[in-house]
Design a protein around this ligand. Structure first.
Ligand code: PYC
Length: 325
C-alpha cells in the first residue's frame, strides 16, 4: 500500500535544499538535511516507491548535473517505523534507487555524528531492504552488519559481444551483483576505460540473456576481481554502478555479495577477515557470520565530511530539475 501526503501535487522543490557531503574511500555521499519531499508513513520500501513515482524530479535535481554527477549517491532521512531505529534512510543515485548502500551507510553515520544526531556506539537503521545494525567507532570509522546476503547462482556463463563467454556468480548483498572472479581485463587503476567498457557490455549481455536476480530483478551492478596483494588486500575490485559510474570505494553491498560467494565456496570462514580494495586502492575490512543459509556481512570503513552547503533552485533556471539523460 503506497501512501503519501495528500498535498503531493502542491509540492515543489524548495528554493534552498541543505546538504552535507562526505566521501567513503573516495565514493561520495550527499545527505539531504532539509527540503525533501513528503513520502508518507509507510515502510521504507513503500516510501521509496512514493519517491520513485511522485518525486523523481527531486532525486534528479539534487544528484544529477549540474548540482551533482553520476558518481554521487544521495540519502534522504525518514522517520523510522520502528522507534528503536536511529533513522530511516533511502539511498538513490543518478539513475534510480538503491536497496542498500554500504559506502553510503558509512558516510551517513559520519554525517549524523557531525550533525550531533549519532553518538559513538551501536545504532539501528531502517532501509528499504531491512533493518541493519551500524556501529560508529569514532567520528570517522563505521562498521555495518548488512542485510542477509546470498549467492543465487554459481558460475553462470554469458556470451558478451567482443569478449566471448564470461562466467560469474549472481549474488545479493543488498543490491544484485554479477561477480567475475577471473576478469579478462586486468583490474588495475590505469585500465579504467577498458573496465568500464567490459562491465557495461556484461550488464547488457546479462539483461539480453534473461539472467536476473531473484524475482526477475535486474542485475544492475557488475563486479570484477583481481589481485590485491600489492596493496595489502585480499583482492581489488572494479564495480560498475547502476548509473554508469564506477564505485571509488570497494562497494559495501558488492563486498557483501563477495563474502556470500566466498562463504558458499568454503574459501572464507566465519569471523575471518577479508580485505577488499577498490580500483583506486581504498579498503574495507569485512567478515561474515552464517544466518541459516545466508551470511550476515560485517563491513568496516571510514568516511570524511567534504562539504556542507545549500543547493539553490532558482525559479527561472531551466535546469532546476537537473540534466536527465
Ligand atoms: O557501497 O554498497 C555500496 C554502493 C552501492 C553503490 C555504490 N556504492
Amino acid at each position: 500500500m503506497i501512501s503519501a501526503s495528500p498535498n503531493v501535487r502542491e509540492w515543489n522543490i524548495p528554493d534552498r535544499v541543505e546538504v552535507i557531503d562526505s566521501h567513503t574511500g573516495g565514493e561520495p555521499t550527499r545527505v539531504i538535511v532539509s527540503g525533501q519531499p513528503p513520502l508518507g508513513s509507510g515502510t521504507m520500501l513503500e516510501r521509496r516507491e512514493v519517491f520513485r513515482h511522485q518525486f523523481d524530479h527531486f532525486r534528479a535535481s539534487v544528484i544529477n548535473e549540474p548540482r551533482g554527477s553520476d558518481v554521487w549517491v544521495g540519502a534522504i532521512l525518514e522517520t523510522p517505523l520502528d522507534p528503536r531505529c536511529l533513522t530511516g534512510v533511502i539511498f538513490f543515485n543518478n539513475a534510480s534507487y538503491l536497496g542498500m548502500c554500504g559506502h553510503g551507510t558509512i558516510g551517513l553515520l559520519v554525517t549524523l555524528h557531525a550533525m550531533g544526531r549519532a553518538a559513538v556506539g551501536t545504532h539501528l537503521l531502517e532501509t528499504p531492504v531491512g533493518t541493519i545494525t551500524v556501529t560508529l567507532h569514532d567520528p570517522n570509522t563505521v562498521s555495518l552488519a548488512n542485510v542477509p546476503s546470498y549467492r543465487l547462482h554459481k558460475q553462470v556463463s554469458v556470451s558478451v559481444p567482443e569478449y566471448g563467454m564470461i562466467s560469474g556468480d549472481v549474488a545479493f548483498g543488498g543490491n544484485w551483483f554479477f561477480l567475475v572472479e577471473r576478469s579478462p581485463e586486468p583490474v588495475v587503476p590505469n585500465n579504467i576505460e577498458r573496465l568500464d567498457r567490459l562491465t557495461k557490455a556484461i550488464r547488457v549481455a546479462l539483461w539480453e540473456a534473461g539472467i536476473r536476480g531473484a524475482d526477475g530483478v535486474e542485475i544492475d551492478h557488475v563486479e570484477l576481481f583481481g589481485p590485491g596483494d600489492d596493496i595489502g588486500a585480499d583482492s581489488r575490485n572494479y564495480v560498475l554502478c547502476p548509473g554508469g559510474a564506477y564505485d571509488r570505494s570497494p562497494c559495501g553491498t558488492g563486498t557483501s555479495a563477495k563474502l556470500a560467494c566466498l562463504a558458499s565456496d568454503g574459501k572464507l570462514q566465519p569471523g575471518q577477515i577479508w580485505r577488499q580494495a577498490s580500483i583506486i586502492g581504498s579498503q574495507f575490512e569485512a567478515s561474515f557470520q552464517w544466518q541459516g543459509d545466508r551470511v550476515i556481512p560485517h563491513i568496516t570503513g571510514t568516511a570524511f565530511i567534504t562539504g556542507e552547503s545549500v543547493l539553490r533552485f532558482q525559479s527561472n533556471d531551466p535546469l532546476r530539475e537537473g540534466i536527465r539523460s
